[in-house]
Design a protein. Structure first.
Length: 136
């Protein structure tokens, strides 16, 4: 199943809607667009992926990277996106480890309030802090 369809199904489930048409109206997309996702393997636009992720309270980054990998016509290009996702995951973990040592929870909350970190970054940092607490 493509990233877009998997995300769209989760979106419909969260909305408790059964029809593609009803969920599509909420997203502001035409039925033909959803049909293209299902039959042609096309992917949702990044703004739609972000909208669905917000409703699901999920980080859009993995979904965006998966959509790019799914959309790659050349298998080599798909592998590039998958490697990028892996590297990004490793890089974010390293940054989270470093930052968690520098900031207390109060400082991180202040950074969020000041617009220094978005809700997804805060969620990642919070999860990483919890993991570090368990591991230490």
């Amino acid at each position: 199943m493509s990233a877009t369809i998997e995300l769209f199904e989760l979106f419909k489930e969260r909305l408790t809607v059964r029809s593609d048409h009803a969920a599509g109206q909420i997203l502001g997309v035409k039925p033909q667009t959803i049909s293209n996702w299902r039959t042609r393997g096309s992917q949702a636009e990044p703004k739609l992926i972000e909208t669905m992720c917000r409703k699901l309270e999920q980080d859009p980054m993995p979904w965006l990277l998966r959509a790019q990998a799914d959309q790659a016509h050349d298998p080599a290009n798909g592998l590039v996106w998958k490697r990028m996702a892996t590297r990004l995951g490793i890089s974010l973990t390293a940054v989270a480890l470093a930052v968690s040592k520098l900031f207390s929870d109060a400082n991180m909350q202040m950074a969020v309030a000041m617009g220094g970190m978005d809700e997804y970054a805060w969620g990642a940092m919070s999860s990483m802090s919890q993991a570090l607490t368990i591991l230490s």
